[in-house]
Design a protein around this ligand. Structure first.
Ligand code: FE
Length: 141
C-alpha cells in the first residue's frame, strides 16, 4: 500500500464523521438504502472521503438494487486496491483506497457489461463532486 496518505488512527478519528470512520477505518458496512449516494444519478466524480482521491465516475455507476452505490469499474484501476476477505464466513474481495488504505466496500463478479464486475461501495466512504458546467470556457480573448 502507498503510505503517502496514511495517518494515525487518532487523526482519522478527529477528521472523519463517526460513520466515515466506522467504514473507512474499521471496515464497517452502512445499512442498505441509508447512504447519501446509492440513488444519486448526477454526473460527477466520487472521491475518497478520507484522502479525496478520485475513485469512481458516475459513468460507471449503475442501479444494482442493493441499496449501496454500485459501479462496474473504478475511475482508474490504480486508484483502488483489493484483498481477500474471509470474515463473516464468506469469501469476498475487499476494496480499499490505494492512497490512504480506507475501506470502501467489496467487489463481486455479478456486475453488468462491459466488465461484469460490481463494486459495492459504502456511501460513507465517498464524497461526490459534481461535474463542472461549460462556465469555465476560455474567456481570455
Ligand atoms: Fe483514500
Amino acid at each position: 500500500m502507498n503510505k503517502n496518505a496514511t495517518k494515525a488512527e487518532e487523526e482519522w478519528r478527529k477528521e472523519l464523521t463517526p460513520e466515515q470512520f466506522g467504514v473507512l477505518r474499521e471496515h464497517g458496512t452502512e445499512p442498505a438504502f441509508t447512504g447519501k449516494h446509492h440513488d444519486r444519478k448526477e454526473g460527477g466524480t466520487y472521491l475518497c472521503a478520507g484522502c479525496k482521491a478520485e475513485l469512481f465516475s458516475s459513468v460507471a455507476k449503475f442501479d444494482s438494487g442493493t441499496g449501496w452505490p454500485s459501479f462496474w469499474a473504478p475511475k482508474c484501476k490504480e486508484s483502488i486496491a483489493t484483498q481477500e476477505d474471509t470474515s463473516h464466513f464468506m469469501k469476498r474481495t475487499e476494496v480499499h483506497c490505494a492512497r490512504c488504505g480506507g475501506h470502501l466496500g467489496h467487489a463481486f463478479s455479478d456486475g453488468p457489461k462491459p466488465t461484469g464486475l460490481r463494486y459495492c461501495i459504502n456511501s460513507a466512504s465517498l464524497e461526490f463532486r459534481k461535474d463542472q458546467n461549460d462556465e469555465e470556457k476560455d474567456i481570455s480573448r
